[in-house]
Write a protein that binds this ligand. Structure first.
Ligand code: CP
Length: 306
């Protein structure tokens, strides 16, 4: 079985069979992560460049670990300290790195569409590790893998994405992927942080979190980007927490357990209270572990494409 594209740019229109293949493959790679020696020779001889033009902790370490677990050679590039500061363009940077015989490029960039542009200028497989406000496909794939692990399926699992939907690439990739897989997806947040007409993507919209909690199996709680408050999207962090914060007290009013997810980094006691983040229904650190398995699956499957 092969993926239908040689790049992973986003989950928009990604076929369900591709998502299923990545999730199934990640299951076998997760088993490797639980072994005493967590390494296989699958990508021996391949060289992968991680190009990070924007900050990252989880995604960057997760890709590097995934590459090393598969025995690939790894080159890490950050824009800070590079010739980008001397005015070198992305195209020149990428082509120079590729000239050193790179097989795959992982890229994070603050400008939407950068990974798509890269596919026009390099021959390597390109993987989007987050592009601006657009997509973060491997985050959504690891979120779906975590849900599949928890519920045994994605179809009809009720997932609500809470927070700043308008500025979230995690939200958009999750909406594309989850709706393709038949999950029941809703979003919840202040009207200023929910794009108009988002219902056209097949999601329901809620503005009161207490209305949605009784109707969901899982919450994917997004980081409130602190700069949004300065932009006038909501009055204060305290007010955001009061109306949209996921707290133990709020969850205690619902008669069933709700799985708690968060892509990180968390603003503790803003979008998510610390006791819920660390509580029995939180799968946040499982998401992080699953991220390595999912990225191993993506790298392995893309390496087999033309
Ligand atoms: N979830 C996520 O993308 O985290 P980082 O920004 O730390 O990579």
């Amino acid at each position: 079985m092969k993926l239908s594209s040689k790049h992973l740019l986003g989950l928009y229109k990604m076929p369900a069979k591709d998502i299923e293949l990545i999730v199934e493959t990640a299951t076998s790679f997760k088993e490797i992560l639980n072994r005493p020696i967590k390494k296989v020779p699958t990508l021996q001889g391949k060289t992968i460049a991680n190009l990070f033009f924007e900050n990252s902790t989880r995604t960057r370490i997760s890709f590097e670990l995934a590459e090393r677990r598969l025995s690939a050679d790894v080159v890490n590039f950050s824009s800070a300290g590079s010739s980008v500061s001397k005015g070198e363009t992305l195209k020149d940077t990428a082509r120079n790195i590729e000239a050193m015989k790179i097989d795959m490029v992982v890229i994070r960039h603050n400008i939407a569409g950068t990974p798509h542009f890269l596919t026009q200028v390099v021959k390597s497989n390109v993987i989007n590790a987050g592009d601006g406000l657009h997509e973060h496909p491997t985050q959504a794939l690891l979120d779906m893998y975590t849900l599949q692990e928890k519920f045994g399926k994605l179809e009809n699992v009720r997932v609500c994405i809470v927070g700043d939907i308008a500025h979230s690439r995690v939200a958009l990739s999750n909406i594309y992927g989850l709706t393709t897989m038949g999950a029941q997806v809703s979003v919840c947040g202040p009207a200023t942080l929910i794009p108009r007409n988002i219902q056209m993507l097949g999601v329901k919209v809620f503005h009161h979190i207490d209305d949605i909690l009784p109707k969901v199996d899982a919450l994917n709680v997004l980081r409130i980007q602190l700069e949004r408050q300065a932009g006038g999207m909501f009055p204060t962090l305290r007010e955001y927490h009061r109306f949209f914060g996921v707290t133990k007290e709020r969850l205690g009013r619902v008669d069933h357990p709700i799985t708690i997810m968060h892509p990180g980094p968390i603003n503790r006691d803003v979008e998510l209270s610390a006791d819920v983040a660390d509580g029995p229904h939180s799968v946040i650190l499982e998401q992080v572990l699953n991220g390595v398995a999912v990225r191993m699956a993506v790298l392995y499957l893309l390496s087999a494409t033309e």
